[in-house]
Design a protein around this ligand. Structure first.
Ligand code: PA5
Length: 400
């Protein structure tokens, strides 16, 4: 169960919502027509049952044959799987089949140490890139392939490629006899977490992807709440709150805030508009950024995620569970920040389950797209990302 509360700690802004009626009707029309790049809205009709079964049996084979499943990708081809896997991975227990990520940076130190670590391990690689031409992930993939070729006589069973049906990466994968998954044409990177992009790594990690898909399906029940959240964000933005802080009180959800930063930042930050998404891990960051939130410049609002029940740990001194104390921290921080002029949206999960997190992610995906339409920007492009790419490619002598 998930409880959404956009007004508990915020000013009553509902009256102001009326001006949005007309705009919302237009946006609903676009969303209902499922125009270009909106196939993620109805994932069940995009991902067939056979594909889910295929992902499950491939995941089983990987678990049985690999010490390390190395996922190479960046942006939407990385953050979704990463955030879900981290959310459900036990803190201190080593997995039989460890999942590692690469290709999301150009760190030479990381690659060097990774190769060293993989030397004596059985490795299966999943290279994920919708375009097939992303510089960072390609550079890292090519290095990893050289490493695999030295390590194994035949690498055809060691590599899985997830890409667009028509990319040159797909042609290459077929030529190499690699297993492939197709990223649906009308689903962009940051909206692809519930396609094979996210589902295969999740399944390898042991996440029950059928529960994930059940959460996504039920996410449809929260669509009007997602619109409400999108409107409230827009209102805050117009009031000069240009920053949204996604706060979590459970470290396992910190990677989920990385996914949120991409989802909202890349969807809405264009044409000199958009709220800047940042994140906070509490109560840790109350002892750093907390000071700014309470007494600094009033340019932000918060959206915090609280989990009601995680363990049975009791703190005898207070006759309260640690979860209860953590929840009280969430509530009291919101009240304190409100007094300091910073308002909080609160989202409460009864437990951290596959179902809840998937349903929540779907809620945010709707809100991000609707928010972009409210700002009158295209939710599904990212032209601003091209600028650095052009310059970097020129400098390293890669054809543009
Ligand atoms: O959301 C997006 O579309 C981007 O963040 C992409 O996912 C990212 O740039 C990686 O692209 P690709 O999957 O083509 O390598």
């Amino acid at each position: 169960m998930i409880k959404y509360d956009f007004y508990t700690y915020t000013d009553k802004m509902k009256q102001e919502n009326q001006e949005y009626e007309q705009k919302i009707k237009q946006i609903q029309k676009i969303m209902n027509k499922k125009e270009i790049m909106l196939d993620w809205l109805d994932i069940k009709s995009t991902i067939q049952k056979e594909e889910i079964e295929d992902i499950l049996s491939t995941a089983k084979t990987i678990q049985e044959n690999a010490d390390v499943f190395l996922v190479i990708g960046i942006g939407g081809s990385y953050l979704g799987a990463y955030s879900f896997i981290e959310a459900f991975k036990p803190y201190f227990k080593k997995q039989n089949c460890e999942i590692l990520f690469a290709g999301y940076s150009l760190s030479s130190l990381y690659l060097n140490d990774l190769m060293e670590y993989l030397k004596d391990k059985e490795v299966i690689v999943n290279f994920i890139s919708k375009s097939g031409s992303t510089l960072e992930s390609n550079i890292i993939y090519n290095q990893v392939i050289r490493f695999l070729k030295k390590k194994y006589k035949d690498i055809s069973k060691k590599v899985i490629i997830t890409t667009d049906k028509k990319s040159s990466l797909m042609d290459y994968a077929e030529k190499m006899n690699f297993k492939t998954y197709v990223i649906p044409k009308n689903i962009g990177g940051r909206y692809s977490v519930f396609t094979s992009v996210g589902l295969l790594p999740m399944a390898v990690s042991g996440i029950d992807i059928k529960e994930i898909l059940r959460g996504v399906k039920d996410g449809k029940k929260d669509i009007s709440l997602a619109y409400e959240y999108a409107i409230s964000r827009d209102l805050w933005y117009k009031k000069g709150k240009w920053i949204e802080s996604f706060g979590v009180y459970e470290e396992k959800l910190l990677p989920f805030t990385e996914w949120l930063k991409q989802l909202f930042g890349e969807t809405q930050g264009k044409n000199k508009k958009g709220i800047l998404p940042i994140s906070m891990l509490n109560t840790r960051d109350l002892h750093s950024l907390g000071q700014y939130y309470q007494e600094g410049t009033k340019i932000l609002f918060e959206t915090n995620i609280k989990i009601k029940k995680t363990t049975k740990i009791q703190i005898e001194k207070y006759n309260l569970s640690l979860d209860e104390i953590n929840s009280l921290a969430v509530d009291n921080v919101a009240l304190a920040h409100k007094q300091g002029g910073v308002n909080t949206n609160l989202i409460t999960l009864d437990t951290l389950s596959y179902y809840n997190l998937a349903r929540l992610a779907y809620f945010f995906m709707i809100a991000a797209a609707v928010g972009a339409y409210l700002l009158e920007v295209n939710p599904f492009d990212q032209p601003g990302v091209e600028e650095y790419k052009k310059r970097l490619k020129k400098d390293i002598g890669e054809s543009l």
